[in-house]
Design a protein around this ligand. Structure first.
Ligand code: FES
Length: 378
């Protein structure tokens, strides 16, 4: 196949008179084919200059090593990201602060990986690839067969000009550096398929969930103070309130930050109103609160449904619970529905009971998710 073309050249590639380019002629250099093909496509290569006139010069080899190092560092930090993602402890554990480094370490390794990838690609392009200036005309329509062949030649030429064949170290370094990048991208997707993040249902359970006993039975969780001592009804005076925690290991720590609960001892008249409201429920509640109170005691999650602050300012005269963060108010005697402020959902109510020894227990976990809304609310 031959193509009629014209051209000029300052580096011994091509000519300034019309010439016939035969793509099948082995004497035609690849650059001549590329140049002719570019011209066919309305692109004129007006300047072409290899970075290193002497191939394999000391300077070129040094740059080759530098770019290789960047790619190897890319691979190193990519691998470090994947290893940390898999093995670094990320769960809160009392007295252990390693989990705090989980996110920063992932961020640092990921950031360095992208930094070195950028350095590698930019340095390769700037310091190893030939300098070329081309001028291109725009055109419309599909490409003819000759153009497509020309593109094939151009791509082959580009691959050759990347110099990977000539610089095996660079090719190996790029492969070693970029393979972990692919793993980094795949890790969060594949990780979620290997290990179910919802396996222990932690988004929907709190420390109040009844404990499974080895004999197959379940034990209800006691209410305790932050020092772990259990609470009897006589410990909270009429009109008073107390913050209580699940009586389980680390129940009063951040390990169960979703569990703090406000136990309130209502006055008898207010308790009667609260009981009637419980029986009536709320339109948006999917659970029945009947029997959730114990005598005149009632318990609600302390985690504000607006943005998760502890709502703990209880006003005895009005039976309203105030959240100090954005002033949401919840009417305790009306199923803790929000009556003021930005919160739009009532506080979840905890079903109360007393065990054989006279201590308060939660008769089940919360039946509604505690805290602010999130995307998986059933
Ligand atoms: S967090 Fe309670 S009102 Fe905003």
């Amino acid at each position: 196949m031959s193509v009629q073309t014209t051209g000029s050249n300052g580096n011994g590639h091509g000519s300034s008179v019309p010439e016939e380019i035969d793509y099948d002629d082995p004497r035609t250099t690849r650059f001549e084919k590329v140049k002719a093909a570019a011209r066919q496509d309305g692109v004129e290569i007006v300047h072409y200059e290899p970075q290193y006139p002497e191939k394999g010069s000391r300077l070129e080899r040094r740059m080759n090593r530098t770019v290789s190092l960047f790619f190897l560092l890319t691979g190193l930090f990519g691998t470090a990201f994947v290893v940390l993602y898999i093995v670094w402890p990320w769960r809160y554990k009392t007295g252990d602060s390693l989990y705090k480094l989980y996110t920063p370490l992932l961020g640092v390794t990921l950031g360095l990986m992208f930094l070195f990838i950028a350095f590698g690609i930019l340095t390769w392009g700037k310091k190893l690839l030939p300098k070329e200036v081309s001028i291109q005309d725009r055109h419309d329509g599909g490409a003819p067969e000759s153009d497509r062949r020309a593109v094939g030649q151009t791509l082959t030429y580009m691959v050759e000009e990347l110099g990977v064949k000539r610089r095996p170290l660079l090719g190996l370094a790029a492969a070693a550096g970029l393979a972990p990048v692919a793993v980094v991208i795949a890790a969060p997707i594949i990780g979620g398929l290997i290990k179910n993040p919802h396996a222990d249902n932690q988004m929907f359970t709190t420390g109040w969930a009844p404990i499974k006993e080895p004999n197959g039975g379940t034990r209800l969780v006691r209410m305790t103070r932050d020092d772990g001592t259990p609470i009897r009804p006589a410990d909270v005076s009429v009109g008073g309130q107390m913050t209580v925690f699940p009586g389980i290991p680390e129940g009063a720590t951040n390990a169960h930050a979703d569990s703090p609960t406000l136990l309130i001892h209502l006055r008898p008249d207010d308790a009667a109103v609260a009981r009637a409201s419980n029986a009536q429920g709320l339109p948006h509640d999917s659970y029945n609160r009947t029997g959730f109170m114990y005598g005149d005691f009632i318990a609600f999650s302390k985690i504000c449904t607006h943005a998760g602050c502890p709502a703990s300012l209880f006003e005895q005269q009005t039976n309203r619970l105030l959240c100090p963060c954005h002033q949401s108010q919840f009417q305790i005697t009306e199923n803790a529905k929000p009556v003021f402020g930005p919160a739009s959902r009532s506080l979840p109510q905890l079903p109360l009971g007393v065990d054989d020894e006279g201590y308060f227990v939660a008769r089940s976990d919360y039946l509604a998710t505690v805290g602010p809304d999130f995307w998986e609310r059933p």
